[in-house]
Design a protein. Sequence first.
Length: 161
Amino acid sequence: MMYGVSATSILYFLFSKHEDASSQYKQMGERLDDQTLSAYMHELEQFHSGQSNGIRKLLNDMSPSPMPMPDNEQKKSLLSREQSAVWDAIAQKEYQQVLDFVNQNEHAISATYKEGLHIDGLPEGIREMLKELHQREMKAVLQTERYKTVQDIQLGNIPTG
């Protein structure tokens, strides 16, 4: 939970997570042998890049204010914090495990938005922008869940009959 956090710091926090996730998805897409999954990672890379660009515009429009900065671990996406396990899963072609990491990452970023939306004193304009960005993030969460389920069905992990 984030306490004593300003609007500027929550935006910076989310910006950092999206930037990191975009970078991680790019690297994952380059490492994956499965073309469909690789293309999906590049799609997520572009999504997170777009989210970070939207937040960057908000930050540039705001007047500078002192803010508590997240430490390096807080700025990282789950994919960075679990990077060696993600690379191992890719190397071993454990694509279902890769998708589990992707799904967990998207849920973690969504949780950060939820925490930010509960900050007391958040200016209404910023709150509305965060809601809009969170709605986009929720679409990414649902997409990763669908993709994971489709992979489960294709792998026979979920019976269809």
